[in-house]
Design a protein around this ligand. Structure first.
Ligand SMILES: *[C@@H]1O[C@H](CO)[C@@H](O)[C@H](O)[C@H]1NC(C)=O
Ligand SMILES: *[C@@H]1O[C@H](CO)[C@@H](O)[C@H](O)[C@H]1NC(C)=O
Ligand SMILES: *[C@@H]1O[C@H](CO)[C@@H](O)[C@H](O)[C@H]1NC(C)=O
Ligand SMILES: *[C@@H]1O[C@H](CO)[C@@H](O)[C@H](O)[C@H]1NC(C)=O
Ligand SMILES: *[C@@H]1O[C@H](CO)[C@@H](O)[C@H](O)[C@H]1NC(C)=O
Ligand SMILES: *[C@@H]1O[C@H](CO)[C@@H](O)[C@H](O)[C@H]1NC(C)=O
Ligand SMILES: *[C@@H]1O[C@H](CO)[C@@H](O)[C@H](O)[C@H]1NC(C)=O
Ligand SMILES: *[C@@H]1O[C@H](CO)[C@@H](O)[C@H](O)[C@H]1NC(C)=O
Ligand SMILES: *[C@@H]1O[C@H](CO)[C@@H](O)[C@H](O)[C@H]1NC(C)=O
Ligand SMILES: *[C@@H]1O[C@H](CO)[C@@H](O)[C@H](O)[C@H]1NC(C)=O
Ligand SMILES: *[C@@H]1O[C@H](CO)[C@@H](O)[C@H](O)[C@H]1NC(C)=O
Length: 513
């Protein structure tokens, strides 16, 4: 109880007509407003003739007229936060998010020892995170989307109440402090989009309540610690775009709640683990551009909620498992163990489901680019009629493009370039949604089917470097959105149909060779 309390309090206990003037909390705010640029609607409510600031916009007080909350979130505030913030000793909540406040965080803030909630997110703050923000009762700390630099002070991670730490989208450097292990209540840890380096400390395994771990876009190295297996409630792990090595982290005992598991653009090695099939809440699994090898484990077929599976740019091999868009009705009724054996028998893999559609759920996106997959394209990738992206480019695939792919009216992007595909092009669906068709550098022969005219929205077709025969069909004139048509290096002959003049958006027409 400081003298400031006495002033604010006494004024109202005895309704003394003479004014003591504005109490210290109010004076501190007025001092703050010299550096903080407030919109006039707020500034006009900050009246120096008031005995206390409790009715001012952005201010809340307790019963003793102590200012406990300072909230100017998204009020168009700019300028700087002055040291006077440290005089507001009773503050429990500070929310200055979504403004344009610049300058650094004053170290005097460390004197607001009652803080429970601190939100400076989405401003233009610069400088270091002061070494004094170790508030005993703080549970919410949000500094994301600023331009804060320097290292994360170890002192920031000292208190067992902290549940939320958002430091993402800054310019922070250096390691993640090992003191992170002291945050026994931590649920949300977002450190993404900084320049953090070094290993993730083993002590993170002591944050057993952790649900969201976001590390993407940093320069973190080493293996992701095995202690993460101590945490049972992880639902989101994103290590995208770092320099992590070692095997894919976690295990079947730690992935039960896991929904998004994103490890793309690192140097993870080894195989895709079979235990992934036990992570039954998984909706997104992405490992683009790593050094993974071996087969896709059949157990992935158990992942009924999986929507997106990105495996491109690895060294995965073997045939693409038979991919089904719908779990066959009969299979849906089997028990889990019967299902597993049925899946293993058929070796079918459910790649991508729309969530929550049960047995009628459907493939949405398949991206297996740039691996060593061999054999044919499975015959019914579009079984669920929901497939939008099929990207199997840069593999060793042989055989025909299945009729099912051509007749897939939901398909928007079809990329099969740089394989060894042969045979004729399939017929295209009457209501085709195709926007992009890249089948270059295969061995496709046969003619260009007139049904290509069904792809009325297509903007780009590259069929270059195949063995396509015959003449260009007049239906090409229906492709009024086409910007690029590259039919070079094929075996076409005859006249170019006059209808091509209807393709009014055409920028590039390549008929060479
Ligand atoms: C400030 O408060 C005084 C006293 O209550 C009042 O006379 C004055 O009009 C107020 N000023 C503004 C700008 O509201
Ligand atoms: C601050 O006020 C805004 C509305 O202006 C509100 O949405 C937000 O929840 C408040 N912040 C806190 C911490 O209560
Ligand atoms: C950031 O704050 C600005 C106002 O300064 C607001 O317009 C914008 O929507 C905020 N951005 C986010 C992501 O909340
Ligand atoms: C906190 O307040 C004390 C006086 O009460 C002062 O000596 C100290 O410098 C202040 N520290 C900060 C970080 O404001
Ligand atoms: C984890 O916490 C335990 C105490 O609960 C402690 O003994 C151990 O050192 C901590 N581990 C790490 C790696 O910090
Ligand atoms: C998936 O999540 C639900 C809801 O949180 C939970 O009840 C279920 O146990 C989880 N599955 C696994 C395998 O843990
Ligand atoms: C999947 O979970 C079951 C039951 O917990 C366990 O017996 C099995 O070994 C796990 N499979 C893998 C591949 O980890
Ligand atoms: C699956 O789709 C079929 C045909 O559209 C429909 O008759 C059936 O009721 C659907 N089943 C479920 C479980 O939604
Ligand atoms: C193409 O798909 C439609 C349904 O989307 C179906 O009615 C039609 O029979 C299919 N055509 C061929 C040739 O498979
Ligand atoms: C073509 O694009 C237009 C505009 O985006 C859309 O309304 C239409 O449904 C599309 N046509 C097909 C067949 O997808
Ligand atoms: C089409 O593919 C060929 C063969 O790879 C390539 O040389 C050409 O640049 C591509 N055309 C366009 C317009 O990108």
């Amino acid at each position: 109880m400081g003298s400031d309390l006495f002033y604010c309090f006494s004024l109202f206990l005895f309704s003394i007509p003479i004014s003591f003037g504005l109490c210290p909390d109010g004076q501190a705010l007025l001092a703050l407003s010299k550096n903080l640029v407030l919109p006039s609607s707020i500034k006009s409510s900050w009246n120096s003739s008031d005995p206390n600031p409790c009715d001012w916009v952005g201010v809340e007080c307790d019963l003793h007229f102590n200012m406990v909350s300072f909230n100017l979130s998204q009020q168009g505030v700019s300028g700087k936060l002055g040291p006077e913030i440290g005089l507001l000793r009773h503050l429990q909540t500070v929310d200055l998010s979504n403004n344009e406040i610049a300058g650094s965080i004053p170290s005097e803030l460390g004197n607001c020892t009652h803080l429970e909630y601190l939100d400076f997110s989405n401003n233009s703050l610069t400088g270091d995170i002061p070494n004094v923000l170790n508030f005993k009762r703080l549970s919410f700390l949000s500094l994301f989307t600023n331009a804060l630099s320097g290292t994360i002070p170890a002192s920031l991670f000292q208190n067992g109440h902290l549940e939320t730490v958002y430091l993402n989208q800054n310019k922070l450097t250096g390691p993640i402090p090992a003191s992170i292990g002291k945050l026994s209540s931590l649920k949300y840890l977002w450190l993404s989009e900084n320049q953090l380096s070094g290993n993730v400390p083993d002590s993170i395994g002591n944050c057993t309540k952790l649900e969201e771990l976001s590390l993407f876009d940093n320069q973190l190295t080493g293996a992701i610690p095995e202690t993460l297996n101590n945490i049972k409630g992880l639902s989101y792990v994103d290590a995208n775009t770092n320099d992590f090595q070692g095997r894919i982290p976690l295990s079947s005992s730690s992935c039960g709640q896991l929904q998004m598991f994103i490890l793309s653009f690192n140097r993870f090695k080894g195989e895709i683990p079979a235990w992934l099939g036990n992570c039954s809440n998984l909706t997104v699994f992405a490992v683009v551009s790593n050094q993974l090898s071996g087969l896709i484990p059949p157990s992935i077929s158990l992942l009924e909620n999986l929507e997106i599976l990105y495996l491109s740019q690895n060294s995965l091999s073997g045939p693409i498992p038979r991919l089904e868009g719908i779990i066959p009705r009969e299979l849906g009724q089997l028990s889990q163990s019967q299902k597993l054996s049925a899946c293993l028998q058929n070796y079918f893999t459910v790649v991508s489901y729309l969530k929550g559609l049960g047995i009628n759920s459907s493939l949405v996106q398949i991206d297996f680019t740039n691996n060593n997959f061999v054999g044919g394209i499975p015959p019914n990738l579009c079984h669920g009629k929901q497939l939008e992206v099929l990207n199997l480019g840069y593999n060793l695939l042989e055989g025909n493009v299945p009729a099912d792919v051509g007749n897939c009216s939901s398909l928007r992007r079809l990329i099969l370039r740089n394989n060894k595909l042969s045979g004729s092009l399939p017929d295209f669906a009457e209501d085709s949604s195709l926007l992009y068709m890249d089948l270059r550098e295969n061995n496709l022969n046969g003619p260009l089917p007139p049904s290509v005219g069904n792809c009325v929205n297509v903007t780009m077709i590259n069929l270059s470097s195949n063995k396509i025969k015959g003449s260009v069909p007049q239906e090409i004139g229906k492709l009024v959105n086409l910007h690029v048509l590259d039919l070079s290096s094929n075996r076409l002959y005859g006249q170019l149909p006059s209808q091509i003049s209807q393709c009014s958006k055409l920028d590039i027409l390549n008929l060479s060779f």
